[in-house]
Design a protein around this ligand. Structure first.
Ligand code: TA6
Length: 267
């Protein structure tokens, strides 16, 4: 491959492009860092996250597939803890396109006994686009579990979530809010089931837009002070600098042949 901007080692790929810098873990095809030149990083990583083979890394965009949550073992499926194969890398002045593939194997069969072929298409340039394509014997659930950075969670407002959500902190009970704007003031773990196509994370100096396609849900998560202490990889007050806004297919699972798409841009 003609790869002027790419550096790779056993564990990750680094891309230093005129428009951006990025780092991806080979495990999980996980984009853990993206920073437009002259701009702020898009993604957050837990301060004490260390890379361990076969363990989930808390940061960037972990792929939760073929199930979301704790309905199976490991939690959030296996896609984020196995190595994906890079099938394509194309770079030019406008950006970089990467395609990763994962097929069923003895390990995945031991956890989920179905044949599948999953493909993650990633376009990096001025912004970030990800599309997870699945072709599997069985329907599945998924989330692009995006950890976004913020300067201070207390000053963040989130728009475009819609009013209906299932509250994971109350055992998944269906709730309705009349507030068009979300201010996060405590621990939150919600699956919004009628979201708009674009979610906006607004701060004083920056707006991040998260545009979902072919999604049914948007998950919003922040463990807050009390929750972060239960995670060994999070430092005290890490929670003030992150918010997960996740494109997901939970209430409407992915069909055998399906896809889930997100575009993240700084406005
Ligand atoms: O997406 C929200 C969530 O499912 C939360 O319930 C929380 O546990 C989080 O994901 C992180 O999960 P993880 O397995 O990565 O620690």
């Amino acid at each position: 491959i003609n790869a002027q901007y790419l550096i790779s080692n056993d564990l990750f790929f680094e891309i230093h492009h005129p428009l951006f810098d990025a780092i991806l873990l080979k495990q999980g095809a996980q984009l853990i860092h993206f920073q437009p030149k002259g701009g702020e990083p898009f993604f957050w990583s837990a301060k004490r996250s260390t890379f361990q083979k076969g363990k989930a890394f808390r940061g960037g965009i972990p792929l939760c597939w073929p199930w979301f949550g704790k309905i199976g073992t490991p939690a959030h499926g296996f896609a984020r803890i196995v190595e994906w194969e890079m099938a394509q890398y194309v770079e030019n002045e406008e950006g970089v396109q990467l395609i990763f593939e994962l097929r069923d194997n003895a390990f995945t069969r031991s956890l989920w006994d179905y044949a599948f072929n999953a493909r993650l298409e990633m376009n990096l340039g001025h912004d970030v686009e990800l599309c997870l394509h699945v072709n599997a014997e069985k329907e599945s659930t998924a989330a692009l579990h995006t950890y976004l950075t913020c300067q201070n969670i207390h000053d963040v407002t989130v728009m475009g979530l819609g009013s209906a959500y299932n509250d994971a902190l109350q055992g998944g009970v269906a709730c309705e809010t009349k507030e068009p704007v979300l201010h996060v003031t405590h621990s939150i773990d919600r699956v919004y089931t009628m979201p708009e196509a674009t979610t906006l994370l607004c701060e004083k100096d920056r707006i991040l837009s998260i545009t979902h396609k072919n999604h049914s849900d948007v998950v919003v998560w922040n463990p807050w002070r009390e929750g972060e202490s239960s995670f060994a990889d999070m430092n005290e007050n890490d929670y003030t600098q992150m918010l997960c806004i996740e494109s997901a297919r939970i209430s409407k699972p992915l069909a055998c042949e399906d896809r889930l798409h997100v575009k993240i841009a700084s406005l």
